[in-house]
Design a protein around this ligand. Structure first.
Ligand SMILES: [Zn+2]
Ligand SMILES: [Zn+2]
Ligand SMILES: [Zn+2]
Length: 93
């Protein structure tokens, strides 16, 4: 387990979309979610590990995109599945 994430060059999307309707995969199957995460490589919205379907983790596993951030308003932490480290990406001011 590394102390820092070595995948920052794979971040393509750091800002949340203006409107988040929910976990795309849950909406497609009519499932519910608890919290939302956003893939920082492709911007996909998925649900957290407290949700029954864990779509954010599923997406990371199947796509190889390593980093998600919280898609909850007021939360700006990110998580790298590969390094298993939590960090905050500095936002341009
Ligand atoms: Zn990493
Ligand atoms: Zn979901
Ligand atoms: Zn992705």
């Amino acid at each position: 387990m590394n102390e820092t994430c070595t995948h920052l060059d794979q971040i393509e999307v750091s800002d949340l979309p203006h409107e988040i309707t929910g976990c795309e995969d849950c909406l497609a199957i009519g499932a519910r979610w608890v919290h939302l995460r956003m893939c920082m490589t492709c911007g996909k919205i998925g649900c957290c590990d407290s949700s029954p379907n864990k779509h954010a983790t599923q997406h990371a596993n199947t796509s190889g995109h390593p980093i998600v951030r919280s898609a909850e308003r007021g939360e700006d932490w990110s998580w790298c599945y590969v390094d298993e480290v939590m960090f905050t990406v500095a936002q341009p001011t």
